[in-house]
Write a protein that binds this ligand. Structure first.
Ligand SMILES: Cc1ncc(COP(=O)(O)O)c(C=O)c1O
Length: 402
């Protein structure tokens, strides 16, 4: 629906899509990596052949080393092995495969409310229930998670809870990074409430490399003492190129078999060529330099968005937002009297003024924590700084008219 509104009006400034900036896509880096690959005909032929279902081993090993790098003391007692790393066509495929492997129709996935809207669609398509857990400025609230589990135990639905899904770095849609202490509490809760049925923690790390200030924090993987609870989902879509579409999962051993069996039946391996390409990109040091350049661009765009919001929206009663440390999104909260959804008046007015946003209500799970209709998601990824400023000014005009 959002996409068709955007296409119908090419002048519309879309602050909706969470796409990456076309101008920063790594054309030179990819050419260099391909040249080096094709300079070695045997390596090129290997890349042009089918691969294996879990994917190209050198890339899997590299991703595993990176995931555990720098945190040996806190690493799980049972550190994952390369057999637990599976490469997919983007992380959406990994999320789909994992959810399909662990949940049956009628089962429950607990999600931060709000959360990544596409995963909510994936959950619904599987006939699985998404149940929202309250969040604050640090992400999912452990006490609310505990209360939700207590409630589900009282209604004899605990055995249906299969996983807790979180976007752990600069989340989509709110831009929040969960502090490690809180993440550890969530992992502990999942562990403790796995009574009979295992409750996994799916840590979606899609935006981990898009950090504009502060230091990286360890992955949820390093908190998984027994190595049987945390699923990490990663992707090169945001940090390198969504067109190359290489994602990955680092999985507890128990679900590697089911995930690979599903994958074997679907495609017996994601594009081998793309995996070889990404390995070259990493191996030749092209990735790190690219990420630095790309983040510099996004940092400026984020600054432009926040500055424009300060200038245009600060006087608007009840409007509130926070500055994310990375990612692609700013979440704008509005007074309860304003409905930002497609049925409200703001959405159409904003389009009339020339700007498109994602209504916050799309990001809420279907049950649990009530849906809020007075918030919206703005993305600074695609538009230039100037268009971002114009978009925010258009949004301010639409808000003034409410
Ligand atoms: C939180 C989150 N996870 C996963 C993805 C999926 O990305 P891909 O399937 O391209 O790896 C996205 C894309 O927007 C996202 O925002």
């Amino acid at each position: 629906m959002l996409m068709s509104r955007a296409l119908a009006n090419p002048d519309l400034i879309s602050l909706a899509a969470g796409f990456v900036d076309q101008e920063t896509l790594p054309a030179d880096e990819t050419r260099q990596a391909l040249q080096s690959l094709f300079a070695d005909p045997a390596a090129a032929r290997a890349a042009l052949q089918y691969g294996t279902t879990p994917g190209y081993p050198p890339l899997r090993q590299r991703l595993l080393d990176q995931a555990l790098e720098g945190h040996p003391a806190s690493c799980s007692r049972r550190a994952p092995t390369i057999d637990q790393v599976v490469l997919t066509a983007g992380s959406n495929q990994l999320l789909h495969l994992v959810l399909e492997s662990i949940a049956d129709a009628g089962d429950i996935i607990l999600c931060a409310a709000p959360t990544y809207l596409v995963v909510l669609g994936t959950i619904a398509n599987l006939g699985v229930r998404s149940v929202g857990v309250a969040t604050d400025d640090q992400g999912m609230i452990p006490e609310s998670l505990e209360a939700t589990l207590t409630h589900l135990a009282a209604t004899e639905e605990l055995a249906r809870v299969r996983a807790i899904y979180l976007v752990t770095y600069f989340d989509n849609p709110r831009g929040i990074t969960m502090p490690l202490k809180r993440l550890a509490q969530v992992v502990e809760i999942a562990h403790r409430w796995s009574r009979g049925t295992k409750i996994y923690v799916i840590a979606d790390e899609a935006y981990r490399d898009l950090r504009y200030r502060g230091d990286d924090v360890p992955s949820a993987l390093t908190l998984d003492e027994d190595g049987d609870t945390v699923v990490v989902a990663g992707t090169f879509s945001k940090s390198y190129s969504p067109g190359v579409r290489v994602g990955w999962g680092i999985l507890p051993a128990a679900i590697v078999g089911p995930v690979c069996s599903q994958k074997g039946n679907i495609d017996f391996g994601s594009p081998n060529f793309c995996q070889h390409l990404m390995h070259r990109v990493l191996d030749q040091g092209l990735f790190t330099a690219h990420v630095e350049r790309m983040c510099a661009g996004y940092r400026e765009k984020l600054h432009a968005m926040l500055q424009a919001m300060e200038e245009e929206l600060a006087g608007f009663p009840g409007a509130d937002w926070r500055s994310p440390d990375g990612g692609l999104y700013v979440w704008l909260g509005l007074p309860a009297s304003i409905d930002s959804g497609p049925a409200g008046t703001l959405f159409d007015k904003a389009i009339e003024e020339g700007v498109l946003y994602v209504p916050g209500q799309y990001c809420y799970p279907s049950e649990g924590e009530p849906t809020k209709s007075n918030a919206l998601r703005l993305s600074f990824g695609v538009q230039s700084a100037e268009r971002i400023r114009e978009g925010i000014a258009a949004l301010a005009r639409a808000l003034q008219a409410q």
